[in-house]
Design a protein around this ligand. Structure first.
Ligand SMILES: [Zn+2]
Length: 211
């Protein structure tokens, strides 16, 4: 009997189990029917997330198609992540965090210097992680499109303005994504230290794939 609480409620056999260090990228192929569980090990860690169809990576996650189809800005249990072809890529089968963001975008060295000053130029950022991971499979800048920020809290105010505020996640909370097609998942475990998206302290996350 397992005493690993991070596996609780996950059905099937674990075929991949990795800890992504703070600030690091991660890339993995996940077949249709498999489930990816992301564990926010220490809490309030933004997991920036891109998704490509394994059969043809010109098909990829589309925030606007996903938001339009469900008529809501937030990603919750039951949300289907749609591609730019309008096809289901993954479904949020379960999540112990109320909602996740898909409008806040990904941090980059350039946006950091613009927002927070030139002294942040040397800080690592999500766009650079995405580029590093995607390079292994021949993808480049033009392949970086709208992303998801799991465990990140971007509330939308009544006037439509966005906030990046303290998270609503906590240590050990999870999101389960069931693949609806063969997909390539590319993650940046967000290195941001200039706003509260990681509680000013980037921490590791755990990726578990069950088949
Ligand atoms: Zn980031």
């Amino acid at each position: 009997m397992s005493t690993d609480s991070h596996l609780s409620g996950l059905t099937g056999t674990v075929i991949h189990d990795a800890v992504v260090p703070a600030r690091a990228p991660w890339l993995h192929h996940i077949d249709a029917g498999q489930t990816l569980r992301i564990v926010d090990l220490e809490g309030n860690q933004a997991v920036d997330f891109l998704l490509y169809a394994a059969a043809d990576d010109a098909e990829r996650y589309s925030a606007q198609d996903t938001v339009a189809a469900q008529g809501n800005l937030f990603l919750r249990e039951g949300t289907t992540l749609l591609s730019n072809e309008g096809r289901p890529m993954m479904t949020i089968a379960a999540t112990s965090v109320e909602y996740h963001d898909t409008i806040g975008g990904a941090c980059s060295c350039r946006s950091n210097t613009l927002r927070y000053g030139h002294h942040t130029k040397a800080e690592h950022a999500c766009v650079e992680n995405f580029l590093e991971a995607n390079l292994m499979e021949g993808r480049g800048k033009r392949d970086i499109v709208s992303n998801i920020n799991f465990f990140m809290n971007v509330p939308v105010e009544p006037d439509g303005s966005l906030g990046i505020v303290d998270g609503i996640s906590a240590p050990g909370l999870t999101v389960d994504l069931r693949a609806e097609m063969d997909v390539i998942v590319v993650v940046s475990n967000c290195p941001q230290v200039n706003n509260p998206c990681n509680g000013f302290n980037p921490t590791p996350v755990r990726m578990i794939v069950a088949a």
